[in-house]
Design a protein. Structure first.
Ligand code: AMP
Ligand code: GLY
Length: 435
């Protein structure tokens, strides 16, 4: 009997808990998070309502319940050192130690690691803690730049010239805002191309790669509006994307392998967990946009919905360092995941309103909600995700739309994600860029 503790309570953690519950290895699921997710609760033996960054409470709960394995959903507990503390007490974790998770928690650290193992994957960039030299560097980049807060901002700390930043002054204003709060930031060359996510299971030595997924970070249809945690994702039955060649996929896989190896060399700690490479195919080849030290959200819903192998067995192999012996297979199906989010999300989201849906629907993944007087109440972040899967991506998209239409509340979603129009447009735009 494996006692598995899941940290976090979003849609990604619903996907994780469901996958564990479907394992052929006998298991009991426990969860810690600040709100009770009713879908995770249904799968759980016990649920502790607690801050996922409260390391001492997590460790004592794990001891009390004799937990065998902890799966860390979000990034913040990694940064708080929860894995370091749990491993000291002998509990295996799917998730890297704090010093290794810096690949996500510090954008400057990530760029440095990439410089050491695959420098050609980095854009031009410079780090700053003051305004000195910022304007000059923005001008050197021809006014085409990105300002990135160097820390965790839930995907919302990045602003792009010509989009969020209309002119150099707005770029400098954002830089000054970060400096005022005592923060560090990077100014990077603005890359142009198509983004994609490649996640790999890693046991410190071996990487087993997942299907490639494309996320949609912008809040509104047509890829406009502020950056969000991710509004939806799709993947193809061949586990690649229509604008990628076989060599591109292999190159992204190689990059994750090199980064995992470099992290071990640099920190002395093996990378154990899911390594998420955020890439962009540009006219100058594949570049790294960012690294995450966990499953992507929504990407987890795409890949776990089609994982053929036993997820708990894969997790145990990661922790025990024998992933090379594990076959990690996915169904050859396309997936489309769409998030419904509160009106006003991400800047000024509605909250406290009732959400109506069928909680028992296996294609529904509840996220930022809580139960109050038996009613489902939205808490303000992404509310729920729906996943469609099918051999035919357009059917998967139609299924996801139908699922979304069964959810009601003060919500909106991006109808364009996974549609023939949007994917066709992207493929054409990429062809144009590559010439
Ligand atoms: P990040 O939090 O680093 O993933 O950035 C959020 C989003 O900002 C990415 O998904 C990209 O759409 C965009 N972005 C980040 N860095 C760059 C860059 N150097 N060039 C162009 N877009 C970028
Ligand atoms: N989907 C982007 C992320 O999980 O950071």
């Amino acid at each position: 009997m494996k006692k598995v503790l899941v940290l976090g309570s979003g849609a990604r953690e619903v996907a994780i808990a469901r996958s564990v519950s479907q394992s052929s290895i006998k298991n009991a699921i426990f969860c810690i998070s600040k709100d009770i997710n009713p879908q995770i609760n249904d799968l759980c033996e016990d649920y502790l309502v607690c801050d996922v960054n409260d390391v001492a409470s997590i460790v004592s709960y794990a001891k009390e319940k004799e937990i065998d394995l902890v799966i860390v959903g979000p990034e913040n507990p990694l940064a708080s050192g929860v894995v370091n503390a749990l491993e000291k007490t002998g509990v295996g974790c799917v998730g890297p130690k704090k010093e290794v998770a810096m690949i996500e928690t510090s954008k400057a650290f990530a760029r440095m690691i990439i410089d050491l193992c695959c420098p050609e994957k980095n854009p031009q960039r410079k780090e700053f803690v003051s305004i000195a030299g910022v304007k000059n560097f923005m001008e050197t980049l021809g006014g085409e730049y990105v300002v990135k807060f160097d820390g965790l901002m839930g995907g919302k700390g990045v602003r792009i010239s010509g989009e969020h930043l209309k002119n150099l002054n707005e770029g400098l204003d954002y830089a000054n805002e970060i400096i005022k709060d005592g923060g560090r930031f990077l100014v990077e060359e603005k890359l142009v191309g198509e983004e994609f996510s490649l996640m790999s299971f890693v046991d410190g030595k071996t990487c087993k790669h997942m299907p490639i997924v494309q996320d949609h970070k912008r809040a509104f249809e047509g890829d406009v509006g502020p950056n969000t945690g991710g509004m939806g994702t799709y993947s193809y039955g061949n586990h690649s994307l229509p604008f990628l060649k076989k060599e591109d996929v292999l190159e992204a896989q190689k990059t994750n392998e090199l980064v995992a190896k470099q992290l071990l060399k640099h920190t002395g700690s093996p990378y154990v967990g899911v390594l998420y490479g955020g890439f962009m195919l540009t006219k100058d080849g594949i570049k790294v946009i960012e690294y995450n030290a966990r499953f992507g959200d929504p990407e987890a819903m795409n890949v776990l919905s089609i994982l053929k192998s036993d997820f708990l067995s894969v997790c145990i192999s990661m922790v025990e360092g024998r992933l090379d012996k594990e076959s990690v297979l996915f169904d050859k199906l396309a997936t489309v995941c769409k998030y419904v989010v509160p009106v006003g999300y991400p800047n000024n989201p509605a909250k406290g309103f009732e959400v109506f849906c069928d909680q028992d629907d296996p294609s529904l993944f509840l996220a930022s909600v809580m139960l109050k007087d038996k009613k489902l109440i939205a808490c303000g972040s992404r509310t729920a995700a729906v996943v469609g899967k099918n051999k035919d991506i357009w059917k998967a998209e139609a299924f996801a739309e139908k699922g979304v239409s069964n959810i009601s509340g003060k919500l909106f979603h991006r109808k364009d994600i996974g549609t023939e129009d949007l994917i066709g447009f992207r493929v054409k735009r990429m062809k144009g860029l590559l010439g």
